[in-house]
Design a protein around this ligand. Structure first.
Ligand SMILES: Cc1ncc(COP(=O)(O)O)c(C=O)c1O
Length: 390
């Protein structure tokens, strides 16, 4: 390089060669593309996910490390990362469906996904039927010749209904349908839907997998290599690819997933149980409580029941609003799965796209409060909730 002038040397900086040791942390390959000695290798790299790294929208080593880590945890063959959970969900839906196709979804769904299904109907000529998440007979009855896909959530947002994945995925398979399961709330530590027959698992890695409320991300994990390759090609054209730094933050967060999940679940158990016995509370929706409609299904499917629950105050909407204004430690904020306890009002935020009838069908009341329990000391959280209820 010394033969070049300073202007050129400032552009072409020599790269360090690491030999005889290796970095402990996955390096951040913060580069949009890769350079080649052999142009043929570059051309080949653009045709398949296992070729050389060429361009960030196709693949990146840091993003690939995250894809392989999540695919490994879920028991899938490979994964496609996206810049958000909705990016991953839409890559799968748009990549698998075409006008005239029919999709069957469970009724209780994350609000963004529910809104996207309405878009598919209104703008893309896809038809959608809804069935209860625990009812394979209803799934069978809803299937038509043009049905392509079944869409489920392991633990649904925000009322925490648990899908009967073994029964629903087995029926989907018998009917020749691709089953897609959003496993965001459960994480692969509580449930691995592919082991129960799912074809595709989607995640908002924004939540528990990254775990620190500092990064957005999504992931689609595939049980089957052919389906993975089809969706990889589609994702390259659609362009949901995440930034390498976002992938690195997610990888870093994931290293403590097991520790955090244990605490999230334990804290949720304590708060949900105590709230259920509090005179100001009308109902608590957490699948670890015997009063929850999914208690039995959850007991068979999950070793623990997650860190999110909802509850209804006996005083309805006014009491719900008073509670939201009175908490001091919990933050009134969107999202979930981070280390801080967050609360929100689903009817006006995460599920605002649903009309009053649809909200009622989901069991979401005017005064329902959703709690995404963090990893603080549980007694500090309970003290905060108690003073807010008072
Ligand atoms: C269950 C579930 N799936 C998907 C999403 C969408 O994820 P993102 O916000 O990362 O796009 C969310 C967001 O809250 C969610 O709760």
């Amino acid at each position: 390089m010394t033969e070049y002038r300073p202007e050129t040397r400032a552009v072409h900086v020599p790269h360090p060669v690491v030999e005889g040791s290796r970095p402990i942390s996955v390096p951040i390959y913060q580069t949009s593309g890769f350079a080649f000695d052999d142009p043929a290798v570059m051309a080949e790299g653009m045709t398949a996910p296992d070729g050389a790294y060429v361009y960030g929208r196709y693949s990146n080593p840091t993003v690939r490390a995250l894809e392989e880590a999540v695919a490994g945890l879920e028991g899938g063959v490979a994964a496609v990362a996206a810049g958000s959970g909705m990016g991953a969900i839409n890559t799968v839906l748009l990549g698998l469906l075409k006008p005239g196709d029919h999709l069957i979804a469970q009724r209780a769904l994350y609000g963004g996904t529910a809104a996207m299904l309405n878009e598919l109907v209104a703008r893309f000529g896809v038809e959608v039927s809804y069935v209860p998440e625990h009812d394979p007979a209803a799934l069978r009855a809803a299937a038509r010749p043009e049905t392509k896909l079944v869409y489920l959530e392991t633990i649904a947002n925000p009322m925490c209904r648990v899908a009967d994945l073994p029964a629903m995925c087995a029926t989907a398979r018998e009917l020749g349908l691709v089953s897609v399961v959003d496993n965001t709330f459960a994480t692969p530590l509580l449930c691995r839907p592919i082991e129960h027959g799912a074809d595709v698992v989607v995640h908002s890695t924004t939540k528990y997998l990254s775990g620190h409320s500092d990064v957005l991300g999504g992931m689609a994990v595939f049980a089957d290599d052919a389906l993975y390759r089809k969706l990889w090609h589609f994702a390259v054209e659609l362009g949901p690819s995440p930034d390498p730094f976002a992938a690195w933050l997610t990888l870093r967060g994931m290293q403590t997933l097991a520790l955090r999940m244990e605490r999230h679940c334990g804290n949720a158990r304590l708060l949900a149980t105590r709230l259920a016995g509090h005179p100001a509370v009308a109902a608590v929706h957490w699948p670890g409580l015997p009063t929850h409609p999914s208690y039995e299904v959850a007991g068979k499917l999950l070793p623990d029941f997650g860190g999110v629950f909802s509850f209804d105050l006996a005083g309805g909407r006014a009491a719900g609003e008073r509670f939201m204004r009175s908490v001091r430690l919990a933050l009134v904020a969107p999202s979930l799965g981070g280390v801080e306890t967050l609360i929100l009002h689903p009817a006006t935020t995460s599920h605002r796209s649903l009309g009053p009838d649809e909200l009622a069908r989901h069991g979401i009341g005017e005064g329902t409060v959703r709690v995404a329990v963090g990893i603080e000391h549980p007694e500090d959280l309970w003290a905060d909730f108690e003073q807010a209820l008072a």
